[in-house]
Write a new protein. Structure first.
Length: 367
């Protein structure tokens, strides 16, 4: 009898919370999409969680809370728990009852990290793109690719020689470390805070930073991210990641791929053509100190078609993805460490970007 009363109170609490959220609130269609995807991941969640031991946080709630963190630029898990505690909208989106106790930030972080290690992010993105209404919005023929720097959660002071010969920072909260006249490279040095981070400089004139490279594959019809990954920061990482994502695409029909000047490399263009991919790549017409123009790998077979110019215009929209991920989702400097966790956070940020844009796109398609 008591259990029936508790269930009745729980249902009543949920109904009251449901009534507090306006019917036209922008989060309603976003949560409907997320719930449909999460329903398809039940089998994966059951394999991750044991039926024995202390009950843990439901994975669906963990993922909804992670999406909220990206939607509203919540900078830390502690602040996220505080927001969920008193914000009824956050409680409704996560799936918590109005009077339910909130989790401790450390407990939430440990449970979320277990999901991040399990590569659930990629399955979530695939499930979202596989939804029938979403699938109709995607182009299956025209894509764009690019990469962006994601600064690691590690200080330059932590970049020390691998053989342990370097001096540690001085005592105190922000101790000094003198590394002048010290030649540092990824071959001889590594970060003691995040060993997966790499010292990298995006272009001449910019400072070197400990970072990762985030990569996105975008379809050109509506500018939605169809694949996202993250790698070590190297000079060839963007091209290598592009080929990896093309190799795991479901179809093998001919497509076009727009990209910037960094991808104008003869070997890469040859790899694309071997994969039945037409390279719509911006020509790198750099001029050397002697006045010699760099030889391009893109010839008239590609540039004579009007679709080439269209792809060069569409590919610039991928910068909107990176801008949103860094400014809104807070990934200008990531707050987790290790390649696997940073990749999962980056992928969830790309998922959040898609979810923010999808309600309007779906409404426009049905109008």
């Amino acid at each position: 009898m008591r259990g029936r009363e508790e269930r009745s109170e729980s249902l009543f609490s949920y109904v009251r919370l449901e009534e507090r959220v306006p019917a036209d609130h922008p989060l309603r269609p976003i949560r409907a999409l997320a719930d449909e995807v999460l329903a398809g991941l039940n089998g994966r969640f059951e394999a991750l969680y044991s039926g024995m031991g202390r009950p843990s946080i439901p994975p669906e709630m963990l993922l909804r809370a992670t999406l909220l963190q990206a939607f509203f630029s919540v900078r830390s898990e502690r602040m996220l728990m505080e927001q969920i505690d008193y914000n009824l909208l956050f409680r409704w989106f996560v799936g918590l009852e109005m009077d339910a106790a909130i989790w401790h930030p450390t407990v939430f972080t440990h449970n979320r990290d277990r999901l991040l290690e399990a590569d659930v992010a990629r399955a979530f993105l695939s499930g979202l793109l596989a939804l029938k209404p979403v699938k109709r919005l995607l182009s299956s023929d025209h894509f764009s690719v690019d990469g962006t720097l994601i600064e690691a959660w590690a200080s330059m002071k932590s970049f020390r020689p691998k053989d342990g010969s370097g001096e540690p920072p001085g005592p105190g909260r922000n101790g000094e470390r003198d590394f002048r006249n010290e030649k540092r490279s990824n071959e001889t040095h590594a970060s003691t805070t995040d060993p997966d981070a790499r010292l990298y400089r995006k272009s001449a004139g910019q400072e070197s930073r400990l970072c990762y490279l985030g990569h996105a594959l975008m379809e050109n019809r509506n500018g939605l991210v169809v694949d996202a990954t993250l790698t070590h920061a190297t000079g060839t990482a963007e091209r290598d990641a592009a080929l990896t994502r093309l190799d795991r695409r479901p179809g093998r029909h001919r497509i076009t791929l727009g990209a910037d000047k960094l991808f104008d490399v003869e070997a890469f263009v040859g790899d694309l053509r071997a994969r039945r991919v037409t390279p719509h790549i911006a020509i790198n017409g750099a001029v050397s100190k002697t006045g010699k123009v760099r030889k391009t790998a893109i010839d008239g077979r590609t540039t004579r078609h009007p679709g080439y110019a269209i792809s060069l215009r569409c590919r610039k929209r991928i910068e909107e993805v990176f801008g949103w991920i860094k400014a809104q989702a807070g990934l200008a400097k990531v707050k987790v460490r290790s390649l696997s966790k940073v990749e999962a956070v980056f992928t969830f940020a790309a998922i959040a970007y898609n979810l923010v844009r999808l309600p309007k796109l779906l409404a426009g398609a049905s109008a």
